[in-house]
Design a protein around this ligand. Structure first.
Ligand code: SF4
Length: 178
């Protein structure tokens, strides 16, 4: 049986969802036997390819770069899963919507400014959107896996179900904000 072409992507999130994925521990070996990882922060493949079967997307959409990546993922992937509360609702990443882009950049980067040149790191940050959004506000999402982060059991459950072509029940192991 051909292996599932599998990807994980990190947009505007803290990487906590990807850390929780690693908490599957020895079950990672079972998952690895059933998938071919074609793009992920875990491996040295960062360009999203064509013909992907299943992708987990962590994080919200905060920049023009995120929108571009997400559209490319959607175009090239059969099943897209919003992975964690930031992807599902905006969650922590969307807290800046209350304050605006400039205030967020100033707060995040002023302490890192180069005081000799006045250069701010935000000049190399991808252009930020006025409003952070959840994934489904930008593209069609097939499944939502809530949790901040989703626990390893929930990740294992949805992955094994989707790999076997079954309908997952994500609420067996997680809920929003868990
Ligand atoms: S859902 Fe929670 S753990 Fe996942 S990226 Fe967002 S803040 Fe981090």
């Amino acid at each position: 049986m051909a292996k599932i072409r599998f990807a994980t992507v990190w947009l505007d999130g803290c990487s906590g969802c990807h850390m929780s994925f690693l908490d599957m521990d020895e079950r990672l070996i079972e998952i690895a036997s059933k998938v071919e990882v074609v793009c992920s922060p875990y491996v040295d493949m960062k360009e999203f390819p064509e013909n992907v079967d299943l992708a987990l997307i962590e994080g919200a959409v905060s920049s023009e770069e995120d929108v571009e990546k997400l559209r490319k993922i959607r175009k090239n992937t059969k099943i897209v899963v919003a992975f964690g509360d930031c992807a599902v609702t905006g969650n922590v990443s969307a807290m800046r919507n209350n304050y605006g882009v400039e205030a967020a950049l100033k707060h995040a980067y002023d302490n890192l400014s180069d005081h000799n040149t006045g250069a701010r790191p935000c000049r190399v940050v991808p252009k930020q959107l006025d409003r952070v959004s959840a994934l489904h506000e930008q593209v069609k999402i097939d499944y939502f896996l809530p949790g901040c982060p989703p626990p390893a059991d929930a990740i294992y459950n949805i992955l094994t179900s989707l790999i076997e072509g079954k309908e997952p029940n994500v609420f067996d192991h997680t809920r929003f904000g868990k």
